[in-house]
Design a protein. Structure first.
Length: 228
């Protein structure tokens, strides 16, 4: 290979690497902007409903012009649904901890389940507040997304419950009903905690009530006989 040919080959490889690096930088910046839009929305919905927030506000908070919003989301509804999915991942992570190793040690206790939930609520209040507020909110697409995610989560929980030895004979319908009851207690507890006055005594009372409700669900599951 002549020096000139070798130099040309090196130049082409360098050019390709340069283009690849540029694409990587652009992709990273796009993801950062997308996340900034989501983070701005979380901040805005901490005190307001999602339906009251404008695209212009979200774009301004993320540091972009309104027209650039559409490079990341098709609409505000699309943004809202994505935020639901992100927030539900937080909820699933919280409740997944409470279900860890169910097959090996049986049902979790009401106290440890609520303690796990409480820890995650305090760590990410804005996202939990968004889910609770918008579950019955005014934006239909967001409301449907939350309810769909909750149904999917209940089915996921039902699969985990099926691994508990004491529930091995339960059919899928009974397991899903039990899972829906557990998720309902969790969501009600989150709503009451977020609407509380912030005093520790109030929180302790809400937690004690939630533990009692969940304990009753677990006790009822222990007495239920498949086929009833």
């Amino acid at each position: 290979m002549t020096p000139s040919t070798d130099s040309a080959g090196t130049s082409r490889r360098s050019s390709r690497r340069g283009r690849s690096d540029d694409k990587g930088v652009r992709a990273e910046k796009k993801e950062q902007t997308r996340q900034a839009l989501l983070d701005t929305t979380v901040d805005l919905v901490d005190e307001r409903s999602f339906g009251s927030i404008s695209l212009r506000e979200v774009a301004r908070g993320a540091g972009i012009v309104p027209t650039a919003f559409y490079r990341h989301f098709a609409s505000m509804e699309d943004l809202g649904v994505t935020l639901v999915e992100d927030s539900m991942r937080v909820l699933r992570r919280a409740l997944r901890e409470g279900r860890r190793d169910l097959a090996g040690r049986g049902m979790p206790t009401a106290r440890e389940s609520i303690a796990t939930l409480l820890r995650h609520v305090h760590a990410d209040e804005a996202k939990f507040r968004f889910l609770i507020r918008e579950q019955h909110g005014g934006v239909a697409e967001v409301r449907r997304a939350i309810n769909t995610e909750l149904r999917l989560f209940a089915r996921e929980l039902a699969i985990d419950l099926a691994r508990v030895p004491a529930l091995a004979e339960w059919d899928s319908d009974d397991l899903e009903v039990a899972a829906e009851l557990i998720v309902a207690v969790f969501m009600t507890t989150v709503a009451e905690l977020l609407d509380g006055d912030g005093r520790q005594a109030t929180e302790r009372a809400l937690v004690a009530r939630a533990e009692k409700q969940l304990a009753m669900v677990f006790l009822g599951m222990g007495q239920w006989r498949p086929g009833n």
